[in-house]
Design a protein around this ligand. Structure first.
Ligand SMILES: *[C@@H]1O[C@H](CO)[C@@H](O)[C@H](O)[C@H]1NC(C)=O
Ligand SMILES: *[C@@H]1O[C@H](CO)[C@@H](O)[C@H](O)[C@H]1NC(C)=O
Ligand SMILES: *[C@@H]1O[C@H](CO)[C@@H](O)[C@H](O)[C@H]1NC(C)=O
Ligand SMILES: *[C@@H]1O[C@H](CO)[C@@H](O)[C@H](O)[C@H]1NC(C)=O
Length: 483
């Protein structure tokens, strides 16, 4: 017979472990929620079927079916291979996001679905990335005793993409069905790096809390990340082993970082990659983009539509109108001043123009207006990985991108921005603004790509009419002070 003490002790231990496991699940949810990764759990676990690859398969595949030619020719779109993870549950609503940037017969890559009824998706459209079904990985899920088995399929997508053996592949870019990629910019940015070396390129989250919970040194998967061919080849050799070594790592992008770190490689940050762990109206963020080419946007169906009076999809397609003409300038911020009227004008090319009723230093205008929230609404400052400004400190008059065309002379591109209605911000005192009568902005930019990332362009205000302002973008002169 057990003594009361030992019974008590047993109960206590049981309660404690129950508490621990409840607590663990709670922490897991909380942690995942911090970065929107919970969203993927919800989508990707929706199917009843096992969602992981058949582990037998991996060990038979030979890593180099692809012909890898180490030449020094410039990197172009055919050297990039995209691995996009989706699910039967999420594909239908997300397909239009991929269609917005995918170029049939130009971009290379694959879209991975889990198992489930996909009758309604067939025949698979030629305009979408080629369909692949993730292998069954239930065995690996069991063997690894992974705390978040759902994450295994996402990690293994690297291997499944690589083993397709695309000839001449230099870079594998991994993302989700709601990662919007700006392909021309990826080509230009990756061209700066030596694809014959080991590279892991992406970005951390915008919110401090996500990085604190996961890692300041990992690429967040929704924004996407690129692995150079040699690094991808090295990782897939023992990807299953790597997954098994870290059964306690709860998110797929952190597992990838563990695997990359095992090879002695660290993250190379590209500031144009955006996980968008933000909520609400992200227009302030997109209007003060880091001085770096825009590479990706994510979570566009979680934030408010980025253009007023358009839905999320229409907004994405609308941004693509500018992206399809000149990605090199997309969201690049140019600041210029009208000294007599005391206006500061901040242009986010292809997206917005803000006119301020004061001369504000470029340093301040580079800080996003805090029109948004952190993904975790209860986050305390410091919330973001960048400085922000209060929306009511100097409320600007706001214009959003409307259209793009060639100038009549044909040697410039004209983007037109219209006054936003209703106004984007609600400030208690709403003084009249000396630019209130302006309803339209036209920005003239060169037809040549903007490749000089070390320095922004400069803008000349060419005309202020009764309701229109025209600005011409140009290369800044040597020593020119923007002020
Ligand atoms: C990309 O570059 C390769 C040489 O590395 C060339 O053979 C190929 O035609 C180029 N493709 C495109 C689409 O420019
Ligand atoms: C892609 O190329 C193939 C073969 O050249 C062609 O049959 C197909 O129609 C093309 N698809 C699209 C969407 O252009
Ligand atoms: C603008 O000009 C470029 C060539 O300079 C041409 O390819 C493009 O189709 C033109 N766009 C429009 C809208 O006319
Ligand atoms: C702005 O204020 C009005 C009236 O107080 C309110 O109805 C509206 O919801 C506010 N808009 C925003 C974006 O906060």
């Amino acid at each position: 017979m057990q003594s009361p003490t030992s019974v008590n002790k047993f109960t206590e231990i049981k309660q404690k472990s129950r508490f621990l496991s409840d607590n663990f699940i709670w922490s897991l949810c909380k942690v995942l929620a911090v970065s929107g990764i919970l969203v993927y759990l919800v989508f990707l676990t929706a199917s009843n079927n096992s969602i992981c690859p058949d582990s037998n398969f991996f060990f038979k595949f030979s890593p180099s079916k692809a012909i890898y030619i180490n030449d020094n020719s410039p990197t172009n779109v055919s050297h990039l291979v995209f691995g996009l993870v989706s699910s039967v549950k999420s594909w239908k609503p997300r397909k239009p996001y991929i269609d917005s940037w995918w170029r049939p017969n130009v971009t290379r890559g694959y879209l991975f679905l889990d198992r489930g009824n996909m009758d309604e998706f067939l025949p698979w459209p030629k305009t979408s990335p080629p369909l692949r079904i993730s292998d069954d990985c239930s065995k690996l899920e069991k063997e690894s005793k992974h705390v978040a088995p759902i994450m295994i399929r996402m990690v293994l997508a690297i291997l499944e993409t690589f083993r397709e053996g695309d000839d001449g592949a230099r870079w594998y870019i991994m993302g989700f069905d709601d990662s919007i990629f700006f392909v021309d910019n990826w080509v230009d940015v990756l061209n700066k790096y030596d694809h014959s070396k080991y590279y892991y390129i992406g970005a951390y989250s915008e919110t401090v809390m996500s990085n604190m919970w996961y890692s300041f040194d990992q690429a967040f998967g929704g924004g996407g990340f690129a692995l150079s061919y040699p690094l991808a080849a090295a990782i897939v050799k023992d990807l299953k082993g790597c997954i098994k070594r870290y059964p306690y790592v709860i998110s797929h992008d952190t597992i990838v970082q563990y695997c990359v770190d095992e090879l002695g490689v660290s993250l190379t940050v590209e500031k144009g990659v955006h996980q968008i762990d933000l909520l609400g109206d992200i227009s302030g963020f997109l209007s003060s983009h880091p001085q770096s080419p825009l590479l990706s946007l994510h979570h566009l169906d979680f934030v408010q539509p980025i253009f007023p009076s358009k839905d999320s999809l229409q907004s994405t397609d609308h941004l693509m109108k500018a992206a399809n003409v000149d990605q090199s300038r997309l969201l690049q911020q140019t600041v210029c001043y009208h000294k007599n009227r005391k206006w500061s004008i901040s242009i986010s090319w292809g997206y917005s123009v803000y006119i301020y009723d004061a001369i504000l230093p470029r340093t301040q205008l580079k800080r996003p207006l805090e029109t948004f929230n952190a993904w975790a609404r209860d986050a305390q400052p410091p919330k973001y990985m960048f400085n922000v400004r209060g929306t009511c400190d100097y409320p600007p008059v706001v214009f959003f991108f409307e259209s793009i065309e060639n100038s009549s002379s044909g040697n410039q591109i004209v983007t037109t921005y219209l006054r936003s209605s209703p106004p984007a911000y609600n400030c208690s005192s709403k003084p009249s603004h000396s630019a209130d009568h302006i309803s339209k902005i036209q920005v003239f930019s060169p037809t040549t790509k903007f490749m000089e990332i070390q320095r922004s362009e400069c803008g000349d205000i060419e005309k202020v009419g009764t309701n229109i302002v025209e600005v011409k973008l140009r290369r800044c002169r040597d020593d020119e002070i923007i002020g």
